[in-house]
Design a protein around this ligand. Structure first.
Ligand code: PLP
Length: 398
């Protein structure tokens, strides 16, 4: 199953243990396995002198509690030895905006992958632009040729690999090398792989973001974001989060911690089932092609194999040309696949999408209607049977 062989297996074993142990210290909580949920604003100081000198392990709810520290430490450990600190934010998008604002200044230039999550693009166009920060979009497959796009004021290169609708795999190390040679920083949205299947900071990324809403939460019941920083960026990140008063609510932090403990077993199942359903779909006459990095048919499969130790349950398929009503009939007939935004929960999802109107640096012309699938933890046989019923409805609607 895991094409990376021993190397990937060993890293997976280490991570499997870490998701259980990281950020956990039962001795400091009377032996209870999980940390308590501190609902906190005020922290009382022993004396006026201590208060005046800010002398306290914890100072104020917004600045961190044992609950938030537990999740930050756990994510930090999963990111590996290059990670110097993690900040929690109230959503994945908040993690993206905080990371961008932590390092960018007026007059800076940003290089953004054309495959980026659309709300990230909206933030660049509607907020960064207003602050005097310009964005140039680049072909996600550009690799080391990104050197040609640098301007004198280019401060940051932003990656998302794979793109979460279109699944291009980027050459992270090649882009990071060029970027550092030019004196700029690298930020990556690593929501798809999670730090279990790809550790961006090991590949030269300076800031990695994670929409914890997806697989860390894992149950479609929490909004959560995390930014992981290396030594070069951690001070800027922590400073911005402190100055901006950004923090995540304690119950949602707890749900993140709870989800994290089973991340390894859930992801393994999403991976296995995702590949099984994708392989089945590849045999279907209705399907033109799959956009799944773990399939040998994927154009950047070799880079995925080189860099990643697994795949999550999210991929897309291109259907042979049919009228839109037939695609909608397919989706509306599915019972096990819900129609809705987000992913990473235990349940399967299916949505139609079209990136053609969004792209500015590349042309999106896949050759037929596109559907993104999230393969949940249901039995593969039931999911394929559901999709088969959908295809029958699709044929009937043509
Ligand atoms: C969902 C998602 C986000 C944003 O996360 P939220 O918690 O929904 O704000 C960011 N990046 C990617 C790739 C996503 O899929």
């Amino acid at each position: 199953m895991n094409d990376k062989g021993n190397k990937g297996g060993q890293r997976a074993r280490r991570a499997a243990t870490k998701v259980v142990t990281a950020g956990r210290d039962p001795k400091s909580h009377h032996g209870f396995v999980n940390p308590p949920v501190y609902h906190a604003s005020t922290v009382l100081y022993p004396s006026a002198e201590d208060f005046a000198a800010h002398r306290a392990r914890y100072q104020y709810g917004r600045r961190g509690t044992p609950t938030t520290e537990a999740l930050e430490l756990a994510v930090q450990e999963l990111e590996g030895p290059q990670c110097a600190g993690v900040s929690l934010l109230p959503s994945g998008l908040a993690a993206i905006s905080a990371a961008l604002l932590a390092v960018l200044r007026a007059g800076d230039h940003l290089l953004m992958t054309d495959s980026t999550y659309q709300p990230t693009r909206n933030f660049c166009e509607q907020v960064l632009k207003r602050l005097g920060i310009t964005t140039t979009y680049y072909d996600p497959l550009i690799g080391a040729d990104i050197a040609d796009l640098f301007q004198a004021n280019t401060r940051l290169v932003y990656l998302e690999s794979p793109g979460s609708l279109t699944f291009e795999i980027q050459d992270v190390s090649a882009i990071a090398k060029v970027t550092h040679d030019k004196g700029a920083l690298v930020l990556m949205d690593n929501t798809w792989a999670t730090p279990l299947y790809f550790r961006p900071l090991d590949h030269g990324v300076d800031l990695a973001i994670q929409a914890g809403t997806k697989y860390i939460g894992g149950h479609s019941d929490v909004m959560l974001g995390a930014v992981s920083a290396n030594a070069a960026t951690v001070a800027a990140l922590k400073n911005f989060v402190r100055l901006g008063g950004l923090c995540e609510g304690p119950d949602d932090v707890y749900l993140g911690l709870r989800g994290l403990r089973t991340l390894d077993v859930r992801l393994e199942r999403h991976y296995k089932s995702g590949v099984a359903v994708a392989r089945w779909l590849e045999t279907r006459p209705e399907v033109l092609r799959l956009l799944h990095p773990a399939l040998p048919s994927h154009p950047q499969h070799a880079i995925w194999k080189r860099d990643f130790s697994g795949a999550c349950g999210l991929f897309s398929m291109v259907l042979k040309p049919v009228p839109q009503r037939a695609v909608y009939a397919f989706l509306d007939t599915l019972e096990l696949f819900g129609i809705g935004a987000s992913w990473g929960g235990y349940e399967s999802l299916a949505i139609p999408f079209d990136c053609a109107p969004i792209r500015t640096a590349t042309t999106w012309a896949p050759g037929g209607p596109t559907v993104r699938l999230h393969i949940g933890l249901e039995a593969v046989e039931d999911l394929c049977a559901d999709l088969e019923r959908g295809f029958a409805a699709m044929a009937a609607a043509q």
